[in-house]
Ligand binder design. Structure first.
Ligand code: FAD
Length: 466
C-alpha cells in the first residue's frame, strides 16, 4: 500500500501528497481512505458512467459528519479540490476530478421519517431506493426520479423529475432544509429562516459550495398501491402518440406525469420476435391508485394498437424500479437535453433523430411537464425557468470503440432540435458538461446564475469545491 497520489491531473503534474499526511488522515477517518496504490482504489473510483475514467488523489469514504469535516480540512491543508460522490450516478462524472479529493458519502445512508409532520430526513449518500423504501413503509413518498440506484443528492441539487412531478413538483421543490459542511469545515443548517440563500441554491442550483450531509424533504401520501403505465406503441405511430399525450395532459395536467421514450423494441421473451429491433414509442408513468388514476392509465394505453402493454396495478416501489435494469453500471452513456415551450414544430424531428440512433439501446426521451412543476417561478428556486417539455438524447452503448458515433449522434440531434427549443437545458442530463458555465447559465437563467456565482465566491473563495 502506498500513500502517494497520482502524478497527473488533466495532463498537468500534481505534486504527490506527503505520505505522512495521508497516514494521519487514515487514522482520523472512521470510513476508509483509498489512494492510487491501494487494492480497492479502482473499485472506489468506478462510477455508473463507464465513459468516466478519472484518477483522484484520494477517495475518502465518510461514515459520519466528522469524517466529512476532516476530509474538507485535509483538502484545504493540501490545496486540493473536493468533489462529492452521492449516488455516483452523475452522467457527466462530476463526482470525480483528477488529482482532487473525493468525499464519498456512500456510507452515509440513514433515512428518518416523521410520519405526523410528513417530513423525511435523508443522509447525503442515500439512493432513491433507500428513500422510497423508508417512506413507503408509511404510505408516503418524496417526489424523486425513476431509477432507484440514482443518488438523492445529485438529483435534488440539480432538480429531480419523476412520476410525481405534476402533483408535487421537482424533488428540489420539496426540499425544506439542508445540512452542509462548508469550505471552512463548519456545519451549517440552511432553512427558509437561517441561511435562506444557501437553501435557495440547494434547490436545483446544480450543486452547493460544500458537502450536503443531510436533506429534509416534505413527503406526500402516495402508494403503496399505484397503477403502472407502460405501453409500447409501434414507431410509425410515434408522432401521433406524442401529440395525443400532449393533448391529454393539457386537459388533465396534475395527476399523471408520463415520459415518452422513443427507441427500439428490446429482444425479450415477453414481446413477439417479429417486433424485436423495430422502432417504438413507450408511454410510461406511475398513476395513483383509484378511479382517476385508472381512467388516465386507460386513456394513455389505448392511443393505438400496442406492440406490448405491461401496464398493471402494482406497488410504488416496483414502479420505481421498473426501469432499473435498462441502466447497468459501467456501460457508456452520454445524455444531452433541451427545454421546449411547444413541441408543435419539433415532433417530426424528435422522432427522426430517435430513428437515427447508432445503437438499439439509445433513445430520445420526452418529458412532459405540467401541473405543480410549473407552479414555481424561475427565480423562486435556483433551478431556474421551467419548461413544458424536456427532450433528452440518451446515447447508451457498451464498447469504447463506439464512443464517437454515439456522442456525435446525441450532439447532432441536440443541435438540430435546438432552433425549435427555448434554449434551456437540464443539469441532470448535461452531456459531459463540456460547455461549463454556459451550460449552467442556460439551465438557471442569467439572474439565477449570477446569484449562484456570487454565493459560491462568498462561501468558497478558494474555489475548493469543483
Ligand atoms: C440511470 C439514471 C436514471 C436517472 N433518472 C433520472 C430521473 O428520473 N429524473 C431526474 O431528474 N434525473 C435522473 N437522472 C439524473 C440524475 O438525477 C443525476 O445523474 C444525478 O446527478 C445523480 O445523482 P448522484 O448523487 O447519483 O450523482 P453523483 O455523481 O454522486 O453526484 C452528481 C453531482 O452532485 C454532486 N453531489 C453529489 N452529492 C453531493 C452532496 N451530498 N453534497 C454536495 N454535492 C453533491 C457531485 O459532486 C456531482 O457534481 C438519472 C441518472 C441516471 C444515471
Amino acid at each position: 500500500m502506498t500513500a502517494t497520489a497520482p502524478t497527473e491531473s488533466l495532463g498537468q503534474p500534481t505534486p504527490p501528497l506527503p505520505a505522512g499526511s495521508v497516514a494521519d488522515l487514515r487514522a482520523m477517518i472512521s470510513g476508509g481512505v483509498f489512494g492510487a496504490g491501494d487494492g480497492d482504489y479502482d473499485a472506489s473510483r468506478a462510477i455508473w458512467n463507464g465513459m468516466i475514467d478519472r484518477r483522484p488523489a484520494l477517495i475518502v469514504r465518510c461514515v459520519s459528519v466528522g469524517d466529512v469535516q476532516t476530509t474538507v480540512a485535509f483538502a484545504a491543508a493540501h490545496d486540493r479540490s473536493v468533489t462529492v460522490r452521492g449516488g455516483g450516478h452523475g452522467v457527466a462524472g462530476t463526482s470525480l476530478t483528477d488529482g482532487g479529493i473525493v468525499c464519498d458519502l456512500s456510507g452515509l445512508k440513514d433515512v428518518t421519517v416523521d410520519v405526523s409532520e410528513r417530513l423525511v430526513r435523508a443522509d447525503g449518500g442515500c439512493t432513491l431506493g433507500d428513500l422510497d423504501k423508508a417512506t413507503q413503509a408509511h404510505g408516503l413518498a418524496v417526489p424523486v426520479g425513476v431509477v432507484t440506484a440514482t443518488g438523492v443528492a445529485g438529483l435534488t441539487l440539480s432538480g429531480g423529475m419523476g412520476w410525481l412531478r405534476h402533483r408535487h413538483g421537482l424533488t428540489c421543490d420539496n426540499l425544506i432544509t439542508v445540512d452542509i459542511v462548508t469550505a471552512d469545515g463548519s456545519v451549517t443548517t440552511a432553512t427558509n429562516d437561517s441561511h435562506p440563500e444557501l437553501l435557495w441554491a440547494a434547490r436545483g442550483g446544480g450543486g452547493v459550495p460544500g458537502v450536503v450531509t443531510a436533506f429534509t424533504f416534505r413527503a406526500h401520501r402516495f402508494g403503496p398501491q399505484v397503477q403502472l403505465l407502460f405501453v409500447m406503441y409501434p414507431g410509425e405511430t410515434a408522432v401521433r402518440v406524442l401529440r395525443d399525450v400532449d393533448a391529454f395532459l393539457k386537459a388533465s395536467p396534475r395527476d399523471i406525469a408520463p415520459v415518452v421514450v422513443l427507441g427500439f423494441v428490446p429482444a425479450i421473451d415477453d414481446i413477439a420476435e417479429r417486433w424485436h429491433g423495430a422502432p417504438m414509442a413507450i408511454v410510461a408513468a406511475a398513476a395513483p391508485d383509484g378511479d382517476v388514476g385508472a381512467a388516465e392509465v386507460e386513456a394513455l394505453r389505448t392511443l393505438a394498437e400496442p406492440i406490448a402493454d405491461f401496464s398493471r396495478p402494482t406497488t410504488y416501489c416496483e414502479a420505481q424500479s421498473w426501469l432499473d435494469d435498462d441502466y447497468p453500471s459501467g456501460d457508456n452513456y452520454y445524455w444531452k437535453s433541451l427545454g421546449f415551450d411547444s413541441l408543435d414544430h419539433a415532433v417530426d424531428d424528435i422522432v427522426r433523430w430517435a430513428r437515427e440512433a447508432p445503437s438499439r439501446r439509445s433513445t430520445v426521451d420526452v418529458w412532459f411537464n405540467h401541473g405543480a412543476i410549473l407552479d414555481v417561478a424561475a427565480e423562486e428556486s435556483a433551478y431556474g425557468p421551467r419548461s413544458r417539455y424536456l427532450v433528452n438524447m440518451e446515447a447508451t452503448w457498451d464498447r469504447d470503440e463506439l464512443n464517437e458515433p454515439h456522442v456525435q449522434w446525441a450532439r447532432d440531434g441536440w443541435a438540430a432540435l435546438a432552433p425549435a427549443s427555448n434554449g434551456t437545458t437540464y443539469l441532470n442530463f448535461p452531456g459531459l458538461f463540456e460547455e461549463g458555465d454556459d451550460l449552467r447559465r442556460a439551465a438557471h437563467g442569467s439572474n439565477n446564475h449570477n446569484r449562484l456565482t456570487a454565493l459560491r465566491r462568498a462561501m468558497d473563495p478558494q474555489g475548493r469545491f469543483a
